[in-house]
Write a protein that binds this ligand. Structure first.
Ligand SMILES: Cc1ncc(COP(=O)(O)O)c(C=O)c1O
Length: 378
């Protein structure tokens, strides 16, 4: 049995190792920006917009202040506003549904698939009404949504598809990078994301020149040219300092994705033994169509809360993403949803637990986490 004193603490996420490795390069580009003295929409933002668009096989990239704003601006650019409905998942981070509500539109929820925990595309069509304007799928935990079905539904009903790709940069659906598949894809550069800045940041990618132009305008208070405003936008730009950091890190994104996949493989190898022995334990699944980038390695178990406590006592980090589905959030009470409306999403909120996952996690640390999970579940 592993003794508590034998274990060094393993956080659920840790940036310090990555920062240490890249320190010289990062300091170098940061001092370059300081020397130039241009901090808003400079050459690094421009270059990063091109690089991320290329990375996602999209034509345009428009940097903005956060992933949340990327969603909001993409919705506005797709013409979503008061009186409209946008179909999305109830099992996601708040920003997905929050951005829809911010436009004045109504989020309409559809339950998730129990295996991928992503929106169930087969349940979307029954929720489409004359007011539906868009579908917002979320590639949760880095696992791509079944996009062919969603694109087909949207084509049949004349809807826009706005991908919430905040957690999944680098993931592929049938060999196509996510974010570049729908009408617009929204990326978050929050520090813990697959490609993380030293603060907030986000980007919209799109192949549609009109959407690109609108987002570009909306992020500077709807100004077509300086001080001439044709729409009500906001101040939502990606900082030059952040763009400089992100351009360095982008060089490593694919290697990091591979490492995340290797860690997931290790977790699976060890934990599937345990699954056979005893107890309900569900491991993340990678659909045949997917290149999953494991932003999170999220297991499901009935004993989730006790397991989390057990891990905590042994200094192993773990996080519940997410403990409350969107349709039961207080702020969305006026939407009129009730407990029991989306059973799979509600079930997931009671069972999910994300184990430590970041590219610099060592095999030995994964083994230690698995040992403790095994000790608890046996
Ligand atoms: C699924 C999802 N959507 C949107 C966001 C919002 O991104 P940001 O934190 O950059 O605003 C996040 C970030 O946590 C997310 O996980």
């Amino acid at each position: 049995m592993t003794q508590v004193s034998d274990i060094h603490s393993i956080p659920s996420f840790n940036l310090l190792r990555q920062n240490d490795e890249l320190r010289e390069q990062l300091l170098d580009v940061l001092s370059g920006v300081i020397d130039k003295g241009l901090f808003i929409l400079g050459e690094n933002v421009k270059a990063l917009e091109i690089e991320i668009a290329e990375y996602c096989d999209a034509k345009f990239g428009i940097g903005c202040a956060s992933g949340s704003d990327a969603l909001y601006l993409a919705l506005l650019a797709c013409g979503v506003g008061p009186g409209d409905e946008v179909i999305t998942t109830p099992f996601t981070f708040f920003a997905t549904a929050g951005s829809i509500e911010r436009t004045g539109a109504r989020p309409v929820f559809v339950d998730i698939e129990p295996d991928t925990l992503n929106i169930d595309p087969l349940k979307i069509e029954e929720k489409i009404t004359a007011h539906t304007k868009a579908i917002m799928p979320v590639h949760l935990y880095g696992c791509p949504v079944d996009m062919d079905t969603i694109v087909e539904i949207s084509n049949n009903h004349g809807l826009k598809v706005i991908e919430d790709a905040a957690q999944a940069l680098g993931a592929k659906y049938k060999n196509k990078k996510i974010a570049g598949i729908g009408d617009a894809g929204c990326i978050s550069f929050f520090p813990t994301k697959n490609l993380g800045a030293f603060g907030d940041g986000g980007m919209v990618v799109t192949n549609d020149p009109e959407i690109a132009e609108k987002v570009r305008m909306l992020r500077v208070h709807g100004a077509e040219k300086k001080y001439f405003h044709s729409a009500l936008g906001c101040n939502s730009r990606l900082d030059e300092l952040q763009a400089a950091v992100l351009r360095i890190k982008l060089n490593y994104l694919d290697t990091w994705a591979e490492r995340r996949r290797a860690i997931a493989k290790l977790y699976k190898e060890f934990l599937s033994q345990l699954q056979k022995i005893k107890n309900y334990l569900k491991l993340p699944e990678e659909p045949d169509y997917a290149y999953h980038v494991y932003h999170q390695y999220t297991i499901q178990t009935e004993k989730r809360n006790d397991l989390q406590m057990f891990l905590k006592e042994r200094r192993i980090g773990s996080v519940i993403y997410y403990p409350q589905p969107m349709h039961l959030q207080k702020v969305f009470a006026p939407l009129g949803y009730n407990q029991g409306d989306f059973p799979y999403a509600e079930h997931a909120t009671n069972q999910v637990l994300s184990l430590p996952m970041f590219p610099e996690l060592t095999d030995e640390e994964v083994r230690q986490v698995v040992d403790i999970v095994s000790e608890f579940l046996r």
